[in-house]
Design a protein around this ligand. Structure first.
Ligand code: NI
Length: 395
């Protein structure tokens, strides 16, 4: 078996323990205080240099090799989501309304395990490995990456290349997905407030029903992707929140729509913004209502760099075996603030297969019942270590 597979298998129980601890005590973006401390304590006990409060709650663990050389960064995100967990697992979230429904618990455990193994092998390293545990990946538009960059995470020593992984239920354990070029979409937010005029449910003629206006706006907005954007260019508009009303017999005076917009090029990004405003303006006007609209640009599109993609593929073929890599032809329309790193440093973002394999029903990420196969944890560690071996190990 591959050397790093063996090394990672030997710390498998520890990886599961770390993942479950972080899973059980999830913290939202910018509030990962206990998670960061938990990881920092573990890494320090291994003799690793750790810097805390980078950006806000981010931490950076640095492994200094025995000889000088390049600097490679590996990144994990630590934040959970405001979702109430319903997996019913023994390690399920103990915090009501907060859970690791995106697998960032796994990413943190994988990176901590990687740091531990690389520290044990530091005499073979020529250069430096920076393990970046970022906060607030799920908190666009700011996110946790930009504050960390402002706090110097890419400097001293300067990072030459950067890698990150994300677990995915779309691939089984032992497989890896990577896109050559565009990996992820731009993700923007639109908040729309529809202002009608309230009244008694029995006398609609005296009111402007914000619920009805909102319903028309929802339907009309969904015509943008089918009728205005090119069928050859991916785009998504999802209305995650529609909130209105007080009581069954009262006509609502206002309604709130909170939406996410995903695009992969600037032309479509601009078109979406223009059409949303035109439609909201037209529909509300036609129905006698008014509106307030706030469009907040979020994370930029994330593009992988070809040289680093090749290195990921090479490392996966060595650790997982030939045929383990799926080249993704289409970008994922998820947004990621790892994009900010990729705008400044060559790097690659890839998907690590983590689909449940024991006959359990698999739910998608961000679902209250989302869970992963923990067999992915040592594989993630092995892959990161293999990448660092290719990048930095002395002959
Ligand atoms: Ni995520």
């Amino acid at each position: 078996m591959n050397y790093w597979r063996q090394q990672a298998a030997a710390i498998r129980d520890r990886l599961i323990q770390m993942r479950r601890h972080i899973h059980k005590y999830p913290e939202l973006g910018y509030k990962e205080i206990n998670t960061a401390k938990y990881l920092a304590d573990i890494l320090r006990s291994e003799g690793i240099d750790v810097r805390e409060n980078v950006g806000r709650t981010g931490i950076v663990a640095t492994i200094v090799g025995a000889a000088p050389g390049r600097t490679i960064a590996l990144r994990a995100d630590m934040d959970a989501l405001p979702i109430h967990e319903k997996t019913g697992k023994p390690y399920a979230s103990s915090i009501a309304g907060v859970s690791h429904a995106c697998g960032h618990d796994a990413h943190s455990a994988i990176l901590a395990g990687t740091a531990i193994l690389l520290q044990q092998h530091s005499r073979q390293i020529a250069g430096t490995v920076k393990c970046i545990f970022q906060s607030a990946e799920e908190c666009p538009p700011l996110g946790g990456v930009l504050p960390m960059i402002e706090d110097g995470v890419l400097e001293d020593p300067r990072v030459d290349a950067i890698y990150a992984l994300h677990v995915t239920p779309d691939l089984p354990v032992g497989k890896l997905g990577v896109a050559k070029g565009l990996a992820m979409a731009a993700s923007d937010r639109v908040e729309i407030k529809i202002l009608g005029s309230g009244g008694h449910g029995s006398a609609p003629q005296q009111a402007v029903d914000a619920v009805l206006v909102a319903a028309h706006v929802v339907v009309a907005l969904q015509s943008i992707v089918s009728r205005n954007t090119s069928p050859h260019v991916p785009a998504v508009l999802s209305i995650g929140v529609l909130r209105a009303g007080y009581r069954y017999n009262v006509i609502a005076d206002s309604a709130l729509l909170d939406c996410t917009v995903r695009t992969v090029d600037n032309l479509t990004r601009q078109l979406m913004q223009e059409r949303i405003e035109q439609i909201v303006d037209g529909v509300t006007r036609a129905m006698g209502a008014r509106y307030e609209l706030r469009y907040t640009p979020g994370y930029p599109p994330a593009s992988n760099h070809p040289e680093q993609v090749e290195k990921v593929i090479e490392a996966a073929e060595v650790t997982f075996g030939p045929g383990s890599v799926r080249l993704l032809q289409q970008p994922s329309l998820t947004g990621e603030d790892f994009a900010h790193f990729l705008e400044r440093v060559p790097g690659a973002f890839f998907w690590l297969g983590a689909r449940l394999s024991n006959g359990e029903k698999q739910y998608p990420a961000h679902h209250p019942s989302f869970d992963i196969d923990e067999g992915a944890l040592p594989l993630g560690v092995a892959l990161f270590c293999q990448l660092i071996e290719h990048e930095l190990f002395r002959e």
